[in-house]
Structures are given as C-alpha cells and as structure tokens.
Design a protein around this ligand. Sequence first.
Ligand code: 7TS
Length: 414
Amino acid sequence: MSQQNLESLDVEAIREEFPILEREFDGQQVVYLDNAATTQTPDPVVDAMSDYYRESNANVHRGIHHLSQEASVAYEEAHDRVADFIGAAGREEIVFTKNTTESENLIAYSWGLNELGPGDEVVLTEMEHHASLVTWQQIAKRTGANVEYIRVDETGRLDMDHARDLIGDDTALVSAVHVSNTLGTVNPVGELTALAHEHGALSFIDGAQAVPNRPVDVSEIDADFYAFSGHKMAGPTGIGVLYGKQSLLEELEPYLYGGGMIRKVTFEDSTWGELPWKFEPGTPPIAEAVGLHAAIDWLEDLGMERVQAHEEELAAYAYDQLAAEGDVEIYGPEGGADRGGLVSFNLEGVHAHDLTSILNDHTVAVRAGDHCTQPLHDKLGVPASTRASFYVYNTREEIDKLIDALDDARALFA
Ligand code: 7TS
C-alpha cells in the first residue's frame, strides 16, 4: 500500500458515524481518549445489532423455525468472519467468550488446571495485564507450577536475552501481551512463540490491544491461543474471542458445562459436541456476535494498515508533544513501529488522578490508575499513571487540547 493510501483515513467522515463524539459537557465537546479501555461504536454496528433484534431475534443452536435458523446462521457466520479476519483456519478455531479475561480463564481452567504440575513453568512478561497475570498466578498456586516473568528493560521493551534464559525445557506455557495497555510496547510475539515451541511449550497471546489497531494473523505468529475483546475494536461489550489451534482445542476439556455444548447425555455421563460449540454452553452473545461481525466489516472497509498508520501517527505526535513539556515522564518506547496507539505518563508533582480530573474539567476523557498492571507500576516506581489512548476518530487537535489543559493542573497542584 502506498504512503498516500496509508494516510488517507477520512477522520471527518468517520466521526459522523459516532454521534457520541458530539456530546457536550458544560458546553465543551467531549474529547474521547480512553480507547484502550473501550472504543466507541459506529452507527453501522449499532444498526446491525438493532436490526438483529428487530428482525431476526431467536435462540440459536439451529431450532426448526425460521427465526432460529436465521439467528443461528448469523451467529455461525460471525465465527467465520472472525476466523477470516485473524487468519484462523475456520470457525472451529474461534470460541466466543465474554471478553479477553474469560478467554484467558478458559485456557487456564481447561488446560492449566489439568496439565500443569509441580516443576512446570509458566512464563509471563512483567507487562502482563491482570487478566493474564492474576489468572496464571492463581492457577500456578493450585497446581504447584512456577510463574516467571520476562523483564521489561528501561526503554519499556522486553529483554529478549532474559526471555531466552527463562524459556527452557520446564516451560509449559509462554503467555505474553501483544501490545501493552500501559507502555504501548508492541512485543515480538512471533519470536516468543517460536521460543516456546523450541522447548515444547505452548504460547498464549493476549491481543486485546493489538487486534483493534493493526493487522493480526494468528497463523503467521503461530500462536497456539490468542485472545481479544469486541468492545475495544468498535464492537459491542459482552463478546470476546478465544482463538485456539483446532488440534489443541479438540483435546481440551470444556471449562463450562451445560446445554448446547453436548453430543450425548445420559444420567451417568456426557460427551461433547463439535468445535467451537463445545466451549460455548448456554445461550451465547448472539446480538453481540452480529455486532462484532459488523465491526470487522467496518474496520476492514477502513483498512487495518490505515488504522495502524493513523494510530502510530497520533501516538508519535502525543509522545513528542508531551516530551516537549519538560516536566512530563512518559513510559514505554518512543514511538514508531513498536508502539501502539497509546501514551501513559505522569506530570511532575501532580497525582495521575488529579491530572485526570483536571482533564475531565476540559472534557478530555483519559484514564488514571494502574491500568490493571500493578506490578509493572511498582517496577516503574509510581502508583499510577495517566493514559491517553487513540482510535480511528481521534485527531491531533484533540491531543493539543490535552496538552493545553496541563497548564491548569500545574497551576493548581504543582
Ligand atoms: N488484556 C489487555 C492487554 C487489556 O488491555 C485488557 C483490558 C484486557 C486484557 C482485559 O480485557 P477485557 O475485555 O476482558 O476487560 N484493558 C483495559 C484497560 O487498559 N483499561 O480498561 C480495560
């Protein structure tokens, strides 16, 4: 794709599909820079879900009547669409969950509890989200396995020498975040997966901050498992994805039991249905699957390369503007190809929560806290940071508003 094409996201036209961006508080239009927490939902996605409820709503699992048939087809096709979007082989490899957190827990319970034991190692990174860190920590406690962490260096990148030292024959799983939700670092997840495989270990990649923002091909990464959430990619809340290699998913015990996932049930025992239904018991998120399908169509119309280029451009701009302030500490790589579309920082002498509250007075929506990476913040030596995170509808002018508001925070607190 040419550079010109890469730069051609029509942000003005995109913004028209998000009425929420017109909202005003105290006469000021909202500047929404909290996209790493959740993105806004464009009209075509809202319409797809609304149409589903108005015209096709029924339970799935192939009921005999027309509406159930229609709902089932829509639900199944959503799996196909996701598979195609991330380079999976087919719907058998796509399990719908509630969110990334549930996808992590599914593998932790289905595989971890059954397969891990004393002496086994689970290798994480110091920049894991609690969704993975807390989960594997607790599974390790229950199984006697050890958790090790690949170090984050002073530039906010993974120390790959340390990764090579840590990943060895005792390693059963390497679980790494693709793009850090705090540092913005884009990790070499293909290399980490290759290291895991060299030692007979599996790899789980947390793609919650990657799939929304860049082209992702799970077969190229060769990840065994890969997880992400609908609500961070212009889709609805209530739906997440677990990708798993079919051969592995076939061997795994289900994590939740119930209706819709069985083949044969007697009073004595039960057998499991086909993939992916084996892992989707009960009434699934049907309208949300329709919404996720629409969100993927919408994103692919924009072009994921363009989405990535737009975010990298905004992140580099924000980084430079913040760095030029002189009293701002920024975490993570400087920008460019190994930073995703977010910047976490602290203003000298001002607590992140106070700064975020001042920014809110200017209707600039950012997030303060540890962003579910407490151990990483401990390592950075700060209790919290302020994070601005970008999506396809954000502009440089919105970042300028954030920068302008810093003066108020200095005047009040510094
Ligand atoms: N992994 C990463 C890297 C994340 O950023 C998040 C959510 C999750 C997992 C969990 O996703 P969920 O959909 O199950 O909640 N991150 C954030 C955040 O940074 N602020 O709010 C949610």
